[in-house]
Write a protein that binds this ligand. Structure first.
Ligand code: HEM
Length: 455
């Protein structure tokens, strides 16, 4: 703030009859100074070029990488422009935590045309910014992802993992390396289907469609309107979104037929609840399809990446892996008992729960060792927090543990030599994930424990 401004404020005060009221003036100066000091820095306006350049950077680099770039360059609270709107980019853990947990943080940004393309504009839950509608949708998700649904998850996760480990050769190359990310995605989509939809699916085909949908989601989210008018560019993305939506529409219709053919409904699930709500006029057909779509895509893209990084990290921390395997062997005895878990007897559940608790402590220690010791643990929020936090956070933990315990009880997993979290090339747009153009570096050897013992 310069002296000229101070003089004009003084003159304005005199003109309005306040006179030179020293305490008032001092207070005003203090307020303005505070505002100047705490006003976030960022790229300059540059006759309107600044907003265009910063928006361009977000489109070109992807949301995550561009955010990191601005925070590194201008500090952990930076002002930029996205689609002409002033936007704050925060990287300080305490500030992020403060914003996320605020009851005012209930909407997400995205271009209207982009969200319409992927069916998320005022529909489903993930990017639904129609607050009343989002609240209603979130309730269906919350119901399916907690309570009895959560209890079934242990058995389903263990049995789906075992099923896919039994046919590991499907994803093994000639050098004996497994495409772990694909394996985990297959497991995840199987678990999601068994829990929320319960219809026969072609996992690989569905995963391909999910992959293309996710790519479209990342591409269109903050595009300007002109992008959607360039048919030769946009056509491909519109088509990818439509393919998954149509597939989900078909699966939902199949589900309806199954329900109609049933004499008595023993057990309900997410899709059934939605279809009933549609029958009662509470939800539209598009709502049902979009909610099922979001539920089915939520886990493969988040959990498979998380478990993949856990496996890499475990190899970087062999002592932790060894302790976990010992715990697994002590608690579960042998792999046969793990297979028994798929039947989810009360005895097996309590055993596995006991183990899960000890596993949490190992993981937390691993996390602590790897995260900066300066950051208090409450600021570590992989699932976000507050009203818009991950509605699947509890089930995600159960699924991850179910998969990890089953996997580690049968195999030790070896990434290629030199493959560590810091050497893996990563993308950071909507979420942080390994670059998969060359799956060679990301594949791992699965060595059965029996084989190690015999070595
Ligand atoms: C390791 C696994 C997962 C991670 C790291 C993760 C992380 C997140 C994060 C960071 C958010 C946004 C939170 C915010 O804005 O504050 C979110 C939202 C969400 N997650 Fe997850 N998630 C995971 C697994 C899952 C699973 C398994 C499901 C469901 C089956 C799920 C369903 C959702 C949904 C529906 C939302 C949107 C909630 C809303 O907008 O109201 N997530 N997740």
């Amino acid at each position: 703030m310069d002296l000229q401004n101070l003089d004009s404020i003084k003159a304005a005060l005199e003109e309005t009859g306040f006179g030179v009221n020293a305490p008032l003036l001092l207070l005003l100066v203090l307020i303005l100074l505070t505002f100047c000091c705490f006003h976030p820095s960022g790229p300059s306006w540059l006759l309107g070029l600044g907003p265009i350049l910063s928006y361009g950077r977000f489109l070109w680099m992807g949301i995550g990488t561009a955010s990191n770039y601005y925070n590194e360059r201008y500090g952990d609270m930076t002002r930029v422009w996205i689609q002409g709107e002033e936007t704050l980019i925060l990287s300080k853990a305490s500030a992020v935590y403060h914003v996320l947990k605020s009851s005012n943080y209930i909407a997400r940004f995205g271009s209207k045309r982009g969200l319409q393309c992927i069916g998320m504009h005022e529909q489903g839950v993930i990017f639904n910014s129609n607050i009343l509608h989002w609240k209603r949708m979130r309730a269906y998700f919350a119901k399916a992802l907690t309570g009895p649904g959560l209890q079934r998850t242990v058995g389903v996760s263990v049995s789906a993992t075992n099923k896919h480990l039994d046919v590991l050769h499907d994803l093994t190359d000639s050098s004996g390396h497994v495409n772990v990310l694909d394996l985990l995605r297959c497991i995840m989509v199987d678990i999601s289907n068994r829990l929320f939809l319960r219809i026969p699916i072609n996992e690989k085909e569905l995963l391909q469609k999910i992959h293309k949908y996710f790519d479209t989601w990342q591409t269109v989210l903050i595009q300007p309107d002109i992008f959607f008018r360039l048919d030769w560019v946009y056509r491909k993305y519109r088509q990818s979104a439509k393919e998954l939506q149509e597939e989900m529409g078909n699966l939902v219709e199949q589900k309806r037929k199954v329900i109609n053919a049933m004499e008595k409904l023993d057990e309900t699930d997410f899709a059934t609840e939605l279809l009933f709500a549609q029958d009662h006029g509470e939800l539209s057909m598009d709502d049902v399809r979009q909610c099922v779509l979001e539920m089915v895509i939520a886990a493969p893209d988040t959990l498979s990446i998380s478990v993949f990084f856990m496996l890499v990290l475990l190899k970087q921390n062999p002592a932790v892996e060894q302790r976990m395997v010992q715990e697994i062997q002590t608690v579960l005895g042998n792999t046969l008992q793990i297979k028994l878990l798929s039947n989810v007897g009360i005895f097996s559940v309590s055993k596995s729960c006991a183990h899960f608790h000890s596993l949490i402590s190992s993981q937390t220690q691993l996390q602590r060792a790897l995260c900066s010791s300066q950051v208090p643990s409450r600021f570590f929020q992989p699932f976000g927090c507050g009203p818009r936090s991950c509605v699947g956070k509890h089930i995600a933990m159960v699924m991850m543990k179910g998969i990890l315990v089953t996997l580690l009880s049968r195999y030790t997993v070896c990434p290629r030599s030199g493959c560590t979290v810091s050497t893996i090339e990563q993308n950071n747009n909507l979420s942080q994930q390994p670059v998969e153009t060359d799956p060679y570096n990301l594949s791992m050897r699965f060595i059965p424990h029996r084989q190690i013992c015999n070595l």
